[in-house]
Design a protein around this ligand. Structure first.
Ligand code: NAP
Length: 274
């Protein structure tokens, strides 16, 4: 299952997040094994950010993908406070060093801060020209910001946003707008950082398919053809479980039951952020 980027490339619909990795030395080996297991299973879209552990997550990702860099579609993010033209270049170079690579596949503005888009885009353009990033995109931008961004510049590959069963606000306008613009959405926190997994409705739907609540939550996000999901899993077991979500097809009855428990938005809702 893949998602088509505006560049014409496809990326795996299901990838892997890495926030909160590299925080506990006792979990490090399991986290690296988790990422390598994911690569073995084709979850080669890997998301990190300079913010995560102040670079420690990028270093862990670098260790996990060492020797396998070419298999990976590597995504990182610049903090808004670094996102001036020169600051974006400098931040990216530091990320590349921590990741042990010469290029990112996708570099995102983590959220909109005080720096005008034009300055950040100048930094992205310089990085593309230097071969240090292949593509750029954004994160946590609501519809007005997306309209403003895309009115002034083409080339944005994705908007990475909070989207899961308990955060359906973007279905009202942002998701349809991005679909019509041919720009995918990368859904972060797709299992709501684990908080969704105790839901009895998810358990009931999962039971019909001999599946698990995590698989149902991920299959639900992935039901839309222009949406990626990037769950973070800190063990090979969780990664294997999540990968099997790709085989799960939710029925109309499943979707109706999930709609009852997690209603779609009745009107516009501001984009939420974690
Ligand atoms: P998430 O992926 O919804 O949830 C991660 C939590 O779910 C972890 O505690 C993990 O536990 C648990 N989990 C995952 N798979 C599981 C399974 N099969 N069974 C049981 N528990 C499972 O939340 P997230 O980490 O916030 O979001 C995912 C990624 O999106 C992040 O890692 C980051 O890369 C990105 N993100 C981006 C932004 C942004 O502003 N752009 C914000 C938040 C997140 P274990 O570790 O024990 O497996």
């Amino acid at each position: 299952m893949t998602v088509l980027l505006p560049s014409g490339e496809t990326v795996p619909a299901l990838g892997m997040g890495t926030w909160m990795m590299a925080e506990d030395p006792a979990r490090r080996a399991g986290e690296i094994a988790a990422l390598r297991t994911g690569l073995d299973l084709g979850l080669t879209l890997v998301d990190t950010a300079e913010m995560y552990g102040s670079g420690a997550s990028e270093e862990l990702v670098g260790e996990a993908v060492a020797g396998r860099r070419d298999e990976v579609f590597l995504v990182s993010k610049v903090l808004p406070s670094n996102a001036t033209a020169a600051g974006t270049v400098k931040a990216c170079e530091a990320s590349l060093r921590r990741l042990g690579t010469d290029r990112l596949d996708l570099y995102l503005l983590h959220w909109r801060g005080g720096v005008p888009f034009a300055e950040t885009l100048e930094g992205f353009a310089a990085l593309v020209a230097a071969g240090k990033i292949r593509h750029w995109g954004v994160s946590n931008l609501d519809l007005d910001d997306m309209r403003e961004l895309t009115a002034s510049s083409g080339g944005c590959q994705t908007n990475q946003i909070l989207y899961n069963l308990s955060r359906r606000g973007p279905e009202h306008d942002l998701l349809p707008w991005q679909a019509s613009a041919g720009m995918p959405v990368m859904a972060y926190s797709p299992v709501e950082q684990g908080r969704l997994l105790g839901s009895p409705v998810l358990a009931a739907v999962a039971a019909r398919h001999d599946a698990t609540p995590a698989q149902v939550a991920l299959a639900w996000v992935l039901r839309l053809p222009h949406v990626n999901a990037i769950p973070k899993a800190g063990s090979p077991e969780h990664v294997r479980e999540n990968a099997r979500a790709l085989e799960l097809r939710l029925t109309d009855q499943d979707l109706a039951d999930l709609d009852d428990a997690f209603p779609p938005p009745a009107g516009p809702e501001p984009l939420e952020m974690l």
